[in-house]
Design a protein around this ligand. Sequence first.
Ligand SMILES: Nc1ncnc2c1ncn2[C@@H]1O[C@H](COP(=O)(O)OP(=O)(O)OP(=O)(O)O)[C@@H](O)[C@H]1O
Length: 336
Amino acid sequence: MIRLDGVHVRHKARSGGLFSRDAVHALTDATMEVKRGEIVGLVGESGCGKSTMARVLTGLQRPTDGKVLFHGRDLWEMTGAERRGDFGSAVGVVFQDPSTALNPRLTVRQILRDPLDVHRRGTREAREARVEELLDLVGLPGHTLEALPGQLSGGQRQRVAIARALALEPELIVADEPTSALDVSVRAQVLNLLVDLRDRLGLGMVFISHDIQTVRYLADRIAVLYLGRIVEEGRAAEVAGAPRHPYTEALLSATPSLLETTERIVLTGPVPSATNPPPGCPFTTRCWKADDACATAFPTESSGPGGHRWHCVHPQPTTSSPSGDPAPVPPARSTA
Ligand SMILES: Nc1ncnc2c1ncn2[C@@H]1O[C@H](COP(=O)(O)OP(=O)(O)OP(=O)(O)O)[C@@H](O)[C@H]1O
């Protein structure tokens, strides 16, 4: 449905309010695709390029290089009207914080009707019927329609935001950390709702999170981002059950599940600056396996079964089954 082909996003770096000659490499050579009915999880630490990827996928950010193909058509060769119209209605976005994403002065009815009015969808009666259908889709009771966002709980507000994203019957939903601002008690409900909507509507979905254990629970495929690069990508069972990139293993060990006995890998130091990143593997400065071979050039792509691919000179051995079973306990280590 949608494919990024060698996408780069670079920004001009600023220092002290002035633009410098340096570039911020927010995304480098990103290639990935999302099929209909599939949930792709994007994971990585803060600043690794997740939101940039979301902006590229939703047409809000034009790549500096590379292509965004929607059903094979180059998004940036479409006219502005096509991009806003056909593409704009085919992609829905759910943001992290529903408190700031919803206009506090509009009722839920007005919030849900707004995209239908802007895109002139059907008659007035048809739009009203669609608004009620949307509320039903996300499991909210009818009286919610007359409420203001401030009168709803965080979980209910996020359901409204999801309903709004569905208003124009999109093919793709991009959800940028949609549960991070919510109470722990309602997170699972919102995650279940997203999976349920994918199943019922056959949507493609990109789910962005810094928490690989959450992503593993609902995604079909996972792409792991580090300093603007996709360092590993594949089916969730392989990436989370038998990771090949040390960074993926470190992310997995950071939030171990109750069933797993994998020892925690402590990554020391921050993610390096995205301004003029080093030519080699971006993970070199924090990797316990790094040697001179890692510092010279970005590792070429290696691949395994099911489209599993990774960029690492010293990949993790394939020790565990890709069924998601726990990997054997690795030796204790730290990058300190
Ligand atoms: N408009 C911009 N101008 C300059 N640099 C930018 C701009 N937007 C993003 N960046 C930089 O690009 C890199 C990737 O940012 P991005 O927001 O995509 O990361 P992220 O993984 O979403 O982080 P977070 O989880 O904190 O939102 C960061 O180094 C960020 O500082």
